[in-house]
Design a protein around this ligand. Structure first.
Ligand code: NZQ
Ligand code: ZN
Length: 387
């Protein structure tokens, strides 16, 4: 296990009606607020009305940026920065899923940056300061409610890139599981696949001696496997939604990554897919993950997969380790199918026309991933296996 500095500063208000803290919490940081939200789900399910009522009761002035798309665009970020500067706003409240929170983070950092905000997406070292942001989470998936990352799409160049800085970590997040009751089945499934992918990206890693991190990761994976199907079958099952929501935060807030060498694999490949085809992030991950697993399985990695099979999928540990590994990969694939997710790119009408360009993008900083570093050619092969 490597040295690390533990710091997860987001204050989390978890549970029913925790929105009641909103006014008091915002007043700790600012008084003129930009509310950022997506295509209108928060107006349909009443979360918008609840938040606005509290802001008005607390005499907190607010402006709005609506219509943030899934796979949020840099054009929305520019728009948000303009509103903040013009009105000298001092706080950003994101109400939504990862796209809304990520867009808010980029606005928060872009506010203090002199040039075009795309620069700070391309090069995170340019982020020096940010407005404080908070989130009211409405979809369990990305973990953006508690992490430092923002993933933004440049619609003109077809690039989707992640940036990150400690100053982008939300100062507080309100996690009311009942706010996710209205998330459609397909989005619940994609969110579950995204959470699992975050855990797997940390789990399949070469760091020795990270026993505690791996056992925590297994518990989080088992939680997704238990509660993903329940949340899809019973959208208003509070415990299912609560377990998924808390797992989404714990999967990527650093807890299971501290002490391990960093370097993810599947996300880099998926971000290219959603940049080129604007697909749902979790759907892309569900298709790529089992194929990536099969591709990297070999004599050096088989023990990791056998451990995964025994501890996560309860496969008999007396079996041959390659047998366990293949069975675990099959179970992963079957689970995503059970959630109703596609398992082939062709189901999304994606062919091989952009594989070379996408693989080039995925490996723009060199080989991809730490577990088994992937060359451009490897990435093309994994895309092909996913067709
Ligand atoms: O736009 P609205 O109308 O709000 O509808 C949204 C959107 O259409 C809907 N939705 C959200 N909450 C709902 C709801 N519908 C009904 N009831 C609710 N309570 O869900 C749709 C998808 O929302 P989105 O925010 O795009 O989903 P998600 O949270 O999965 O975010 C995906 C984005 O986050 C990035 C992804 O790449 C993608 O761009 N990621 C961010 C990460 C991070 N910041 O750490 C890490 C991830 O790996 C990921 O890359
Ligand atoms: Zn993800």
């Amino acid at each position: 296990m490597f040295n690390f500095d533990y710091s997860i500063p987001t204050q989390v208000f978890f549970g029913k009606d925790q929105i009641s803290v909103l006014g008091k919490q915002i007043k700790r940081y600012g008084s003129k607020v930009l509310i950022v939200y997506g295509g209108g789900s928060i107006k349909k399910n009443g979360i918008y009305d609840k938040a606005v009522k509290i802001l008005k009761e607390n005499k907190i002035r607010f402006w709005e940026l609506s219509g943030v798309d899934p796979n949020p665009r840099i054009s929305s970020v520019r728009c948000g920065i303009h509103i903040c500067r013009e009105n000298r706003l001092d706080f950003i409240l994101a109400i939504g899923g990862g796209s809304v929170i990520d867009c808010s983070k980029a606005i928060a950092a872009g506010f203090y940056y002199g040039g075009d905000p795309w620069d700070i997406v391309v090069d995170s070292s340019k982020i020096k300061k940010a407005l404080p942001i908070a989130s009211i989470l409405t979809l369990a998936a990305t973990g953006s409610e508690m992490d430092k990352f923002a993933v933004i799409t440049n619609e003109e160049t077809k690039e989707k890139l992640g940036t990150g800085s400690k100053c982008l970590i939300p100062v507080f997040s309100i996690l009311d599981p009942s706010y996710t009751f209205t998330v459609p089945k397909g989005q619940t499934a994609a969110g579950t696949a995204d959470i699992m992918s975050h855990i797997l990206e940390n789990y399949f890693n070469n760091t020795k001696g990270a026993f505690i991190q791996n056992r925590m990761a297994e518990a989080l994976l088992k939680t997704c496997i238990k509660y993903g199907p329940i949340a899809i079958g019973e959208p208003d099952n509070y415990d299912a939604r609560a377990n998924l929501m808390w797992t989404s935060s714990l999967a990527i807030n650093g807890l299971i990554e501290y002490g391990k060498k960093k370097g993810w694999s599947v996300h880099g490949m998926e971000h290219e897919l959603s940049a080129f085809y604007d697909i749902t992030h979790g759907v892309g991950l569900a298709i790529l993950t089992p194929n990536w697993m099969e591709y990297v399985l070999d004599e050096n990695t088989v023990n990791n997969f056998a451990e995964y099979g025994v501890n996560v999928w309860d496969i008999d540990k007396g079996k041959d380790k390659f047998h366990i590994a293949h069975e675990a990969i099959d179970k992963t694939k079957e689970f995503f199918k059970l959630l109703g997710l596609p398992s082939k790119l062709s189901e999304l009408n994606i062919g091989d026309e952009n594989f070379e360009k996408m693989a080039e993008g995925a490996t723009r900083h060199g080989k991809l991933g730490e577990f088994k570093p992937l060359s451009k050619e490897d990435v093309v092969n994994i895309y092909k296996a996913s067709l």
